[in-house]
Every structure is written in structure tokens, then in C-alpha cells.
Design a protein around this ligand. Structure first.
Ligand code: FES
Ligand code: MG
Length: 571
């Protein structure tokens, strides 16, 4: 079979290049019998000293290697860019496509037969999978797994969600510096990704639902020894996948993406998944649109009672309640069970025997957290190409609301002025932030949960209607309309809103309307001048030239399109 291995082009084709590749592998310390004729498995590792969500992934790469060796493969670890949601500015979303390119091109340009991808912190999951999909080799995803639950003074804390909550308490004067210091120690207690149903947990669950992880992998706590065993099992399995030539394209079908959307909705997952799944599907040649999310959201019940959409549980509770296999076992009638996964010939086979062990964490269909899935897609003259709202995480009174706009042109202006009492903001106002989309942000930063003005916080106001072309952290909440497309930076109607304009949000009708007549808007459009380009050179300039809008997944046009890429000549 070695003749059929892609890597044999490098090692065994004959000629001086193969001789050189073998000599250089001796230089690495390997005997010929350790690697010749064996499937080469690239382990793409997003570990970094700066990324607390991935700080255990060096160890996990060792476990993957163990599995690969045992199965008769040859593992090689490749460090790739880390995208740390916490530290990377303006937002790791600016670099999702860069990591996807790095992933694709490493897999293409080196002697690789298949890949194990180690990631988990928000954008790393779509980035690694988008790149691997475009490279179309056999691949398995190893999700980093959630960190341990947070603790503070007898309370269980959820990452992100409780950070926002207690920061607001601090701003409202209810929490002092000393308490904040204790919270700093208690919020994030171990390696691993955010342990609420934030973007990381949502996207890794989506990866499992797509069928590109080992069964049950996505919710195993990062520091559980089961996580190490899952990594080893992924190493064993990838060698079998290479031998069977089961490529990602055979797993990532339209049915798989529909099931991933169903999963995200039933979990009450992050709105970020809308953008990422559309982009991921695009790489697989599958057309997935906002309308698919809206259609499925009306039939998929919310069953995961996990913060921030449900509650009070966290990912560890979800895991021990049965994890994703348990959850999926409750919605089998909504899934495509005959499609293959990396671990089984069919999802049906994969879910055989899956059970839920705690009906309050993963609710039965007769007692859902909410009868509809987590995301509503809005249309209207303010968002001709759509916008989304996670309505289940908003105060119900705001889901049908008309109020005057207060417009902020960018996030800095907002930060500087939002607490100014002279703006006269009341709880009925609609806060509008623009200049925060894919190009304008740039990178659609997670500014979408606009802060409530302090004087309103002190009066007990905790939610308002907020509208932006930004994204929102998966751990955020509130009546926040996000991903308004087209964004203001490219002249979307958001650019034309003025303070005082009435805006109507009607979630039951799925509309977002700027109540200003078309003639007046046309007049404003003629007066509008596009903002200057942000980047004169470099990656930012490349990004700005090629980024697509939120409804198209924010991929680069040249990466999203289908087309031939030649294999490199290794001889
Ligand atoms: Fe990495 Fe939340 S910051 S997963
Ligand atoms: Mg996040």
C-alpha cells in the first residue's frame, strides 16, 4: 500500500530528492523501518505559551503520537498559529482565515497522508477544519475540552458569562476591588476552553456533530484523563482512515452541515457558529445560508440546560449527563443518521447505546428549555442581507420593541461617551454601534453586547435593544442584534442611521426596521462618503480586499471558491 501513500512521493519515488528526504529523516533520528511505507500523520498543534485554553495540548500531542505509532503510522507534530480569544487583538477573527490558509498549505506542501488537528479556543476550530477541508485529506479533530468550573465564595462561575456579570456589578458599585481580585483567581481554574456553551463549546460540539471527532470527544474536560485517552484514540483512528482513504469530503456533506446547525440550535449555542458554519460549509462545496438557520431554528427545541442560554449547568455537567452523544440521542428524528463519521460508517451506529443520565441538564423533548432553537434571523431595511439575534438569551419584553436610536460610529467613541448622562439615554433607547463589521471592525470584534450606561445599571436595568455589525461573545447575553449585513463600512443601511431615528425590532415577525422613509434614506446615502481604507499594506490589506460579509461567512473569496490546486512535485 505504500505506493499509494501520498507521502511515498517524497520518500520512495527514487532519485536524488527521495534520497535527500530519507537522509534528512535519518538526521531527525528515525530508522528507515520506523517510517518508510507508513502513513504520515501531521499533528497540527495550536499550543502556545500565550493561550491558556490550549496549554495542555503539548501533552495531548504526545498522546496522539502514541496512538499513531501503535497503529503503524508515523506522526509528525507541526506548530501552527494559536488564536487566543482572550489575548489576540483586535480579534482572532481577523486571523481565522490566516490559520485556515496555514493549515491547508502545510498539509499540501509536506509529505502528509492525514492530519490530527488540535484546537478548541473559538476560531481555531473553524480555522483548522476549513483548511483541512480545502486540503481534503483524512483528518480528525481533537477538541481541547472545557476547563474546570469556576468557583467563588460558594458560587459556581461560568467563564465569560460571569466575568461580564460581575464586571457590571462592579460598575454598578456593588462589588469592590478585593472581591474582583478573588474572582480573578476563581474564574478560570485549569487548562481548557470556556466551560459555558460559548463559542468554543458550540463549535467543538458542531465538529463532533459533523462527524470529525471521536464520539463524545467535544465535552471531555480538558484535564480529565479521558481527554488523553481520546487523543490517543484519535491517533489510532487516523491511521485507519488513511488506510481506508476516507477523506474529509466524504464526511462533510450537506446532511452533516444541516445536523451541525440542528445541534448548535438545540444546544443554544453561540451566534458565532452562524458565521463559521457557513464558511466551513463553503469550503466543503456545501451551500448553507442564514435561511437554513432560520428554518431549523423554528423546529429544533433547546434541550441543553447550560449557561448562558439555559442554565444553571456548565459543560462538565453536560459531559457527565451524556455529552453530545446523549444530546443527539434525544433528537435522532431531526438528524441524518445514515451519513458516515470519522469513527463509524453511520451516525446511527455511532449513537447506538447513547444515553442521557441527567434529564435536567439535557432535557427530554417533553420538557425543553425552550421550544425553539437559540437563533433568529432578522430581515428588513436595516439589514437587507440579514442579521441574527440570540433571542433566548434576551429579556422577553424587548423582543418586540420600538425606540429611538442612539448611534455610535465606532467602539472607541462608544466607550468614551456611553456613560455621559447628557446623552439622555433611557432604557427604551436602541443602542446602535457601527464601524464594527468584517471590514470596519476590522474582523467583526465581539463588541455586540454593547455596555448598558452606568446610570441605567445603577437603576437595575440589565438589558436593552442593541444593534451592531459586530459579533458577540458566545458567553454574552441580552437583546443584541448582531452581524447586520451589509456592514456600515461598505455602505450598508446601518451607515445611514441617525440618533433619534425610530427602530423597530420584532423577533416574532423576524424583522428589524429603520422607521425612516426611503426617500430620506436615499438622500442620506448620496451624502455618505466611504471611510478610508484601514490598511496600507500587509495582511490587513489582503484581508480587507478579500473578506466577504457576515451572511457569506467572512471567508476570503479566493479561499471560498471551488477550483483546482495542483499537488506539489516532490521528486
Ligand atoms: Fe479560549 Fe474562551 S477564551 S475558549
Ligand atoms: Mg468567546
Amino acid at each position: 500500500m505504500s505506493g499509494e501513500l501520498r507521502s511515498s512521493q517524497w520518500y520512495e519515488a527514487g532519485g536524488v530528492r527521495s534520497f535527500s528526504h530519507r537522509a534528512r529523516t535519518r538526521q531527525l533520528g528515525y530508522l528507515p523501518e520506523e517510517h518508510l511505507g507508513k502513513p504520515v500523520v501531521a499533528i497540527l498543534n495550536t499550543w502556545s505559551d500565550i493561550n491558556p485554553c490550549h496549554s495542555h495540548l503539548r501533552d495531548r500531542a504526545q498522546a496522539v503520537k502514541r496512538g499513531v505509532w501503535q497503529a503503524g503510522g508515523f506522526p509528525l507534530e507541526f506548530p501552527v498559529a494559536t488564536l487566543s480569544e482572550t489575548f489576540q487583538k483586535p480579534t482572532p477573527m481577523l486571523y481565522r482565515n490566516l490559520l485556515s490558509m496555514e493549515t491547508e498549505e502545510l498539509l499540501r506542501s509536506y509529505p502528509v497522508d492525514g492530519a490530527v488537528l488540535l484546537g478548541g479556543c473559538d476560531k481555531t476550530t473553524p480555522a483548522l477544519l476549513m483548511g483541512a477541508t480545502s486540503a481534503d485529506l483524512p483528518a480528525i479533530y481533537v477538541p481541547a475540552g472545557p476547563m474546570l468550573p469556576g468557583h467563588w465564595r460558594g458560587e459556581v462561575l461560568g467563564s465569560g458569562t460571569d466575568m461580564w456579570k460581575y464586571w457590571d456589578e462592579h460598575r454598578a458599585g456593588l462589588l469592590g476591588d478585593c472581591e474582583l481580585g478573588e474572582l480573578e483567581n476563581g474564574l478560570a481554574r485549569s487548562p481548557g476552553t470556556c466551560m459555558t456553551m460559548g463559542t468554543a463549546a458550540t463549535l467543538t460540539a458542531a465538529a463532533e456533530a459533523l462527524g470529525v471527532t471521536m464520539p463524545g470527544a467535544s465535552s471531555i474536560p480538558a484535564v480529565d484523563s479521558g481527554h488523553e485517552r481520546m487523543a490517543a484514540a484519535s491517533g489510532l483512528r487516523i491511521v485507519e482512515l488513511i488506510r481506508a482513504d476516507r477523506r474529509l469530503s466524504s464526511v462533510l456533506t450537506a446532511d452533516a452541515f444541516e445536523d451541525a446547525v440542528t445541534t448548535v440550535l438545540g444546544l443554544g449555542g453561540s451566534t458565532n457558529a452562524v458565521i463559521h458554519l457557513i464558511a466551513m460549509a463553503g469550503r466543503a462545496g456545501v451551500s448553507l445560508t442564514l435561511d437554513d438557520f432560520d428554518r431549523l431554528a423554528r423546529v429544533v427545541p433547546l434541550l441543553a440546560n447550560v449557561r448562558p442560554s439555559g442554565g444553571p449547568y456548565l459543560m462538565e455537567d453536560f459531559h457527565f449527563a451524556g455529552g453530545l452523544p446523549g444530546f443527539l440521542s434525544r433528537i435522532t428524528d431531526l438528524l441524518h443518521l445514515d451519513r458516515p463519521t470519522v469513527a463509524h460508517d453511520s451516525l446511527r451506529e455511532q449513537l447506538a447505546g447513547a444515553l442521557v443520565h441527567n434529564d435536567d441538564v439535557i432535557r427530554p423533548r417533553t420538557r425543553p428549555v425552550a421550544s425553539e432553537g437559540g437563533v433568529a434571523v432578522l430581515r428588513g431595511n436595516l439589514c437587507p442581507d440579514g442579521a441574527v439575534i440570540k433571542h433566548i438569551a434576551a429579556e422577553p419584553r424587548l423582543l418586540k420593541h420600538t425606540g429611538p436610536a442612539v448611534v455610535f460610529d465606532d467602539y472607541r467613541t462608544l466607550q468614551r461617551t456611553i456613560n455621559d448622562p447628557d446623552l439622555g439615554i433611557t432604557e427604551d433607547h436602541v443602542l446602535v454601534l457601527r464601524g464594527s463589521g468584517p471590514k470596519g471592525g476590522p474582523g467583526m470584534p465581539e463588541y455586540g453586547m454593547l455596555p448598558i450606561p452606568e446610570h441605567l445599571l445603577k437603576r437595575g436595568v440589565r438589558d436593552m435593544v442593541r444593534i451592531s455589525d459586530a459579533r458577540m461573545s458566545g458567553t454574552s447575553y441580552g437583546a443584541c442584534v448582531l452581524h447586520v449585513a451589509p456592514e456600515s463600512h461598505v455602505g450598508g443601511p446601518l451607515a445611514l442611521v441617525r440618533t433619534g431615528d425610530p427602530i423597530t425590532l420584532d423577533v416574532p415577525a423576524r424583522t428589524l426596521t429603520l422607521d425612516v422613509d426611503a426617500e430620506e434614506l436615499e438622500r442620506r446615502r448620496r451624502e455618505w462618503t466611504p471611510p478610508p481604507e484601514r490598511y496600507g499594506r500587509g495582511y490587513g490589506a489582503l484581508y480587507s480586499e478579500h473578506i466577504t460579509q457576515a451572511d457569506a461567512g467572512c471567508d476570503f473569496g479566493f479561499l471560498a471558491r471551488q477550483g483546482e490546486v495542483p499537488e506539489p512535485y516532490a521528486g
